[in-house]
Write a protein that binds this ligand. Structure first.
Ligand code: KMH
Ligand code: ZN
Length: 310
């Protein structure tokens, strides 16, 4: 595959699946999510990956009413591509999880490409002072939860969202998920170029190291040839180092407090924009340029920010 000229930075602003409110920097009210997203866009993120939370206690929400207050403000203040999560929460059905993306007819949304025991239970031993009641049990029970994304779920989500002409961020947490995507493409579920997010370092999925990244990339080259674009998301302290490596391999990068609360090993980030600014400086220092939102739209063949419903 030819090397892409510009690097797309996605910023995942708040998450909810695996990030309780453990850092004061993590936004969960409407105002804070809007402000963090706008500042991340100003710092160089062309795509904003967004979850919503219950603004009272930060718990995961897929209620469209919890999205609209910040979506409209982000749209007024930026021309960033809005990418709405369909991951939602480990315990919700796919039908509930796709409601926000369908309601707002987003330009992009996530699509998780396989079922797995997406687990973060070791965190429960490391934290003592939880802010809200739901957090400790949600985290410690994640070792028994299956994040359900069956072939039937994926097909249902793809067919329900097809009329909205949404580009999917195919979240692939292991090599097998690339084969799942290939199967789904062969039965006509997704338009090319597909956009693959290599998700590394989640317990239950592939580890975040360079050998594994090369393996993911080689497998994707073999399966998809020129019909895919890719990005990396490495969880935790590997976030910036792995994004740096991926950017040198022609990949795009995702940062944000959803995936890592840190700016470097052992030091909490103060904002999403701080992580965006850091990876942007690295990418530019190493001789590449960062894509604007419109350049990201062109690279990924998106429908355009004027065709959303918010
Ligand atoms: N934070 C990622 C590891 C989704 O939103 O659909 C998982 C994620 C899933 O982004
Ligand atoms: Zn997400």
């Amino acid at each position: 595959m030819s090397r892409q000229q510009k690097t797309i930075i996605t910023c995942a602003i708040t998450g909810a699946i695996h990030t309780p409110t453990m850092s004061d920097a993590l936004p969960y009210t409407y105002d804070d999510i809007a402000r963090e997203a706008i500042e991340a866009s100003q710092a160089g993120a062309s795509i904003l990956h967004l979850h919503a939370r219950n603004p009272k206690d930060g718990s995961p929400s897929v209620d469209p009413d919890d999205f609209s207050p910040f979506l409209s403000r982000i749209k007024q203040a930026t021309d960033a591509v809005v990418n709405i999560s369909t991951g939602g929460s480990l315990t919700l059905s796919i039908q509930d999880r796709i409601k926000p993306a369908a309601t707002f007819s987003a330009e992009m949304c996530s699509m998780n490409m396989g079922s797995m025991n997406f687990s973060f239970h070791p965190l429960a031993k490391r934290y003592a002072d939880w802010k809200y009641d739901w957090e400790k049990d949600y985290v410690s029970n994640s070792d028994g939860n299956i994040f359900r994304n069956t072939f039937r779920d994926i097909e249902e989500a793809a067919k329900s969202l097809a009329p909205h002409d949404i580009k999917f961020e195919h979240e692939c947490y292991d090599v097998g998920h690339l084969y799942n995507l290939k199967f789904c493409m062969d039965i006509g579920l997704f338009k090319t170029p597909v956009f693959i997010q290599f998700v590394m370092g989640i317990l239950g999925g592939i580890g975040a190291d360079i050998d594994n990244l090369v393996f993911m990339k080689k497998t994707a080259d073999k399966l998809f040839g020129d019909s895919y674009r890719w990005s990396i998301l490495a969880a935790g302290a590997a976030q910036i180092p792995m994004a740096t490596t991926a950017s040198q391999m022609g990949g795009n990068v995702r940062v944000g407090l959803e995936d890592s609360l840190f700016i470097k090993r052992g030091e909490l980030a103060v904002s999403n924009a701080q992580q965006v600014g850091k990876i942007r400086r690295i990418v530019e220092e190493l001789g590449s340029q960062v894509a604007s939102p419109d350049e990201a739209r062109e690279i990924l063949d998106l429908k355009g920010g004027d065709r959303v419903a918010f």
